[in-house]
Design a protein around this ligand. Structure first.
Ligand code: AMP
Length: 282
């Protein structure tokens, strides 16, 4: 496995693979990899001849008061995980390589981003769309892999690929959880031991919401209220949102029907803003 930091190095490697007729998969990440990322890489390795993992903490998708500076980084551990999962190349650029002097072109979206995380993180999806578009142009993969953990991001990327006629298959991968249910996240490392224990209430509320709907509840307000009340049984929980939306448009619904996304974002003890969700076809 190679680790490279320039666009040119990625391009010449991919060109060589293409000459041999090989297919290429891409797994975009911000690093500090865990079993959630690993599941994406392993799926990509199973479905492509060669796999590129990008590790880039993208400044453009962080707001001014967010955790860009403190975001955890560990390239050595990440490379071990990528190598054992079967990746062929890590692309680990510096911000200056991705955003050269005078950079002023962006990919923005007007519909799916005015809900959920798009409301509390106003610059986030413009940063995500722009960097993912750049990574697609640099690697030109056949398939790219994204986690359902970031469900709105997955919907946004699918939309961008469709709207801009990108010839790339987007593969969504299920949420990988800790043993107690908490969704794995690089940001879980921000939590004190006590907050980590309390944070399990997020996944418990997700499982509760899912069960209520599976048992026949069709009023989103009833489901959201029950989820909110459960979350608030633990100290330090500051709910950003508990929402049920149409999984294609990200807009709120009055009745639970069709493809729905139930998503939550909660600040835990002021230490970490964590997200979780479930999707259902009702
Ligand atoms: P990140 O490094 O947090 O930007 O995540 C990179 C990719 O890994 C995204 O597509 C995430 O949705 C995915 N991912 C992160 N955590 C998980 C998880 N617990 N289960 C599945 N996919 C995940």
């Amino acid at each position: 496995m190679r680790i490279v930091s320039t666009v040119d190095e990625v391009r010449s490697q991919v060109k060589a693979w293409r000459k041999e007729g090989k297919s290429v998969g891409l797994v975009p990440t911000m690093g500090y990899l865990h079993e959630g990322h690993e599941s994406l890489i392993r799926k990509a390795v199973a479905e492509n001849d060669e796999v590129v993992v990008s590790i880039f903490v993208n400044p453009m998708q962080f707001g001014p008061t967010e955790d860009l500076a403190s975001y955890p980084r560990d390239l050595e551990a990440d490379s071990k995980l990528c190598e054992s999962a079967g990746a062929a190349l890590i692309f680990h650029p510096e911000p200056e390589e991705m955003y050269q002097e005078g950079f002023c072109s962006f990919v923005d979206m007007n519909g799916l981003t005015n809900a959920l995380c798009g409301l509390s993180r106003p610059v986030h999806f413009r940063g995500v769309c722009t960097v993912v578009n750049k990574l697609f142009n640099i690697v030109m993969p056949d398939k790219a892999y994204f986690g359902e953990k970031d469900a709105q991001q997955l919907a946004v990327i699918r939309r961008m690929v469709k709207d801009l006629n990108m010839d790339i298959t987007i593969v969504g991968c299920p949420i990988i959880r800790e043993e107690d249910g908490l969704a794995k996240s690089s940001r879980n490392t921000y939590l004190s031991p006590e907050s980590r224990q309390n944070a399990v209430i997020l996944s418990k509320s997700i499982f509760l919401g899912k069960k209520l709907i599976e048992d026949g509840e069709r009023n989103p307000e009833v489901v959201k209220k029950a989820m909110r009340e459960l979350i608030m049984t633990k100290p330090g929980m500051d709910i950003d949102y508990v929402e049920i939306v149409d999984n294609n448009t990200m807009q709120s619904i009055d009745v639970i029907a069709g493809d729905i996304l139930c998503a939550i974002a909660v600040r835990v003890s002021g230490e970490a803003r964590l997200i979780d969700n479930f999707m259902l076809s009702v």
